[in-house]
Every structure is written in structure tokens, then in C-alpha cells.
Design a protein. Structure first.
Lengths: 217, 285
């Protein structure tokens, strides 16, 4: 890419957005139920599990990249899926990065809800899924904050996107991999411009999340 | 509140549908050829200039993965790419001999240049050849910035230290482990020497204080080869496309396109017409 104001810049934004959006949807769909489950009742090793998720929030993205490469390479166990160097591969990497963050922060949010609420619902015989939904609604600020934080993490990561996507033009080139590439070519102005654009997009999305938090009160 | 909830619900459904549609596009895309190549061919703009011609001819899309030659060979070995365009004749030969590549054809060449600061503390400009220049740098313990990434350029640099009978090391020898562009920038900031391919240097010249201090030694020849990867993990379609790509890029049309590709009025790559190994493939021997 040679120009900042071009259709290609828009396309790169779109690739970044769809990759991170899919990852956040998947990680939330998996992570919030896990958070509900591990905050809901006491069981042996609960502390250890929560500590494990807290630790995994520090998972290095380059490590996730090389780990998934070693599984998705054509000569590796999952090679026949033909996922390497596609955007779903990048999404998968980002899902792994987002999942522990969503679990860990959602557990913290759910633990802050009133214990009596749970007890009352159990006494009233409220179904498990319905109860989960009510609890998430009760803790929505914290849970949405978890989703926002996870989005921030995956939208701005470059290590696994570069390794799993390959920075292929018109296909897997994201905002962060473009910044890395343009900077390595010495196009610092373009790299800076794209960096500010990325911040702008993140701001727009956070405004959206904020309105969602407000809307549900 | 209800209105906002409904709107959120609708937006989520639409976004979900878009994502699912995209997933299907990713799996059912048209024929693609996966090419692993060096940062020098990609960053110089050569591939952007050449590839549309092949894409029209084959009715396919070429996905370019620009990495160092070492990583490109490794991706080929694992069957993750269908064809390679790289520049390390010795390792390319070994790659084909080990049964990872169908054959190797000589595509084009340019040359490496020794870059350094204008004040030239090691006196490289006065050296009679490249080997003497490398031993002058080591002798003066002047800062030398190495790619350090097993790329083709790194391989050439190591062969030059061998030619100069120097085992580089110590605080004057800095390895970046990064691509050509990034390494040139580090050398520029440190006012050190570095070995670079002419194409990448020309593409960045306006932003640099570094200059070409030595070039033209036959040892600094930089030949690029094309190798269709041989691996049972590669689809029949990928293997066929890889071979037509190798035939196309060494054919008359693409070769004359390569010769016409210029930057700052200079030709960056010279066509080599698809012969076997380049004349000075084995300057180590």
C-alpha cells in the first residue's frame, strides 16, 4: 500500500475489525458461561482455576502464534483444515488471547453481585440459564468492561496476526501488521498515521460499548 | 430501553450474518497460489508490478508471504506454501536435493552493496575487493549491523566473513534479527556498516544517511531462484499452479517485464532467463 487515503486502508480496517469481532464474539460466548460457572459455586480447585485464568491473561501473542502455527501448518495435525494464512486463523489466535481475559475479569465482576440474589433465585427455582442471564445483567458493567478490555487486547496485537495471517495483501493484512510492515520499510509517517487511525477506530468502538452500558440501565 | 435493546439485537444479527458469510468466502475462495518470498522482492514493489500478469493468465490469486529466505524454505519444507522465490543458491540446491522442491530455475539477479556512513571509519572505500572491506571493518572494530535472521542476505554476509577469514563477534557486531528495511534503519541510526540488497537500499535511499561504499565485486552477486515445492500436503491444484508460475516467471513475457521495472531510474533486477544454477552459486567452494 502506498497511500493513507485509499480503498486499501479501508479494507485493512475491515479485516482488522472482522477478525477481532469474530474473536470477541467467540471468546465471550465461551468465556462468560465459564465465568458464571466458576463464580457460582464452590468446588475443589476453584482458586487454582481462577489463578490459572488470571495467569493466562499474560499469554504472549507471539507464543500463541507459534503454538497455533505448529498445529495449523499443512504438515501438522490440523493442517487439513487449510486454516493457516486466513483470517479465521488470526481470529482463532485472538480468541485464545481474549478468552482468559474475559473469564478472569467477568469472574471478578460476578463475584461482586449480591450473594442474596443467587440464593433467592435458587429458592424460587429459577432455571440455570435464566439465572445466568439475570446475573450477567446485574454485573453488566463489569462484564462489558471485560469484553472491552479483551477487544482492546486483540485489536491491537500484532504477534499472532503476523504469524497466522502472514500479512497477505488484500486478505490478511491488518492495521497492526501494516504498521509493522510500513515501519520496517522506513515509512514512519504512514505507520504513525495508521496508528492514530487504529486509535480512532478503537475510540469509536468504545463509545459504542459505553452507550450499550448506558442503554441497559 | 427496549428500543435500544432491539437495535442492539438487530445490529448483532446483521454483524453475525456478515461474519458467517465471510467465513464461507474464506473457505470457498477461488484458486490461490501461495508464494513465499523475500522481503526484498515484495518491499521493492516488483511483485506488485509483475503478479497481476500471472493472475490474469491463470485466473487465480497469488497470496504473497514475504519473509526471510530461511523462513521461506522452512515454510516450503512444511508444505505451507506452494512455490518459493528466494535468494540463497546453496540452501536452495540443498532444499531441492533433499526432495522438498521439484527443481530450481534461475529467475533474475541483482547485487549486494556494502553500506556505511559517509565518514567511513574503517576505510572501506579504499578496499580492493569485498573480502578486504569486511576484514577492514573487523580490523577497525567499526559497528557492523547484521540481519542475524538466516535470510539470504545473512547467508551472503556470513560467506563474506568467511572469505575475509574473520569470525565476527564482540560489541561492534550487532545482530537485529529483523528484515532488510529495519536492519538498514538500525545501521543508519548507529552510523554503522551493513550488507544490503541494492533494491531495498534504492527504495529507501531518500530517508537514509548511509551510502554505498563498495559494490561491483563478483562475490556480491545476488541470484534469485524459483522452486515449486514438492510436498504431499500440497493440493494437486497448488502444485500445478506452482509449476505454471515457475514457467511463467522464467518465460519471455515476465522476463522482459522484470527488465523494465525501475525505481529512481535504475533497473532493480536483471532477468536471467530460467537457466539452472547461476554462475557464482558456490562462492564458498
Amino acid at each position: 500500500m502506498n497511500a493513507f487515503f485509499s480503498a486499501e486502508t479501508l479494507q485493512i480496517c475491515f479485516v482488522s475489525l472482522k477478525t477481532s469481532a469474530a474473536a470477541i464474539v467467540a471468546a465471550s460466548a465461551l468465556g462468560i458461561p465459564v465465568a458464571l460457572w466458576s463464580s457460582g459455586h464452590d468446588f475443589a480447585g476453584r482458586g487454582a482455576l481462577v489463578t490459572a485464568f488470571n495467569t493466562l491473561t499474560a499469554l504472549p501473542s507471539v507464543f500463541v502464534g507459534v503454538l497455533l502455527y505448529s498445529l495449523l501448518s499443512r504438515s501438522a495435525p490440523l493442517g487439513s483444515l487449510e486454516l493457516l494464512y486466513t483470517w479465521p486463523a488470526m481470529s482463532l489466535g485472538q480468541t485464545i488471547l481474549a478468552f482468559p481475559l474475559i473469564v478472569s475479569l467477568s469472574v471478578a465482576a460476578l463475584n461482586r453481585t449480591d450473594v442474596r440474589l443467587r440464593k433467592e433465585m435458587i429458592a424460587l427455582g429459577v432455571g440455570r440459564w435464566h439465572m445466568g442471564w439475570i446475573l450477567v445483567k446485574e454485573a453488566r458493567f463489569g462484564v462489558l468492561a471485560a469484553v472491552v478490555a479483551a477487544f482492546g487486547r486483540v485489536f491491537t496485537e500484532v504477534g499472532s496476526a503476523l504469524m497466522l495471517g502472514g500479512n497477505i495483501r488484500h486478505a490478511t493484512r491488518t492495521m497492526t501488521t501494516t504498521i509493522a510492515m510500513e515501519t520496517s520499510k522506513g515509512n514512519f509517517e504512514l505507520g504513525l498515521g495508521l496508528g492514530f487511525l487504529l486509535l480512532g477506530v478503537a475510540l469509536a468502538i468504545n463509545i459504542g460499548f459505553h452507550r450499550l452500558q448506558e442503554a441497559k440501565t | 430501553m427496549r428500543l435500544n435493546g432491539m437495535r442492539f439485537y438487530r445490529v448483532s444479527v446483521v454483524a453475525g450474518l456478515v461474519l458467517v458469510a465471510q467465513l464461507f468466502c474464506a473457505s470457498a475462495s477461488a484458486q490461490t497460489l501461495r508464494l513465499a518470498t523475500t522481503t526484498s522482492t515484495d518491499n521493492s514493489g516488483l511483485l506488485e508490478f509483475l503478479l497481476p500478469g500471472f493472475e490474469r493468465q491463470c485466473g487465480c490469486r497469488v497470496d504473497v508471504i514475504a519473509v526471510g529466505t530461511g523462513k521461506a524454505l522452512r515454510l516450503g519444507e512444511n508444505g505451507d506454501v506452494d512455490v518459493l522465490l528466494v535468494h540463497d543458491p546453496l540452501r536452495e540446491k540443498a532444499f531441492v536435493e533433499a526432495g522438498h522442491g521439484r527443481y530450481r530455475r534461475y529467475v533474475m539477479y541483482n547485487d549486494f552493496v556494502l553500506l556505511g556512513p559517509a565518514e567511513d571509519p574503517a576505510g572501506v572505500r579504499k578496499s580492493r575487493n569485498a573480502a578486504a572491506a569486511f576484514s577492514a571493518i573487523a580490523g577497525a572494530r567499526a559497528v557492523f549491523v547484521s540481519r542475524g535472521d538466516e535470510s539470504g542476505t545473512h547467508a551472503k554476509e556470513k560467506s563474506m566473513w568467511r572469505a575475509a577469514s574473520v569470525a565476527p563477534g564482540g560489541d561492534w557486531y550487532r545482530e537485529t534479527g529483523q528484515g532488510m528495511g529495519a536492519t538498514i534503519q538500525v545501521a543508519d541510526q548507529m552510523r554503522g556498516y551493513t550488507l544490503a540488497d541494492r533494491g531495498t537500499f534504492l527504495a529507501m535511499r531518500d530517508k537514509l544517511g548511509l551510502q554505498i561504499l563498495l559494490s561491483g565485486d563478483p562475490r556480491l552477486h545476488n541470484p534469485y531462484g524459483v522452486i515449486p515445492v514438492l510436498n504431499k500436503a500440497i493440493s494437486q491444484q497448488g502444485a500445478t499452479l506452482a509449476q505454471s508460475f515457475a514457467a511463467w516467471i522464467t518465460g519471455a513475457d515476465a522476463q522482459s517485464r522484470i527488465a523494465s521495472f525501475k525505481k529512481y531510474g535504475q533497473v532493480l533486477f536483471h532477468p536471467a532467463g530460467g537457466k539452472g544454477l547461476p554462475p557464482r552459486a558456490d562462492d564458498d567452494s
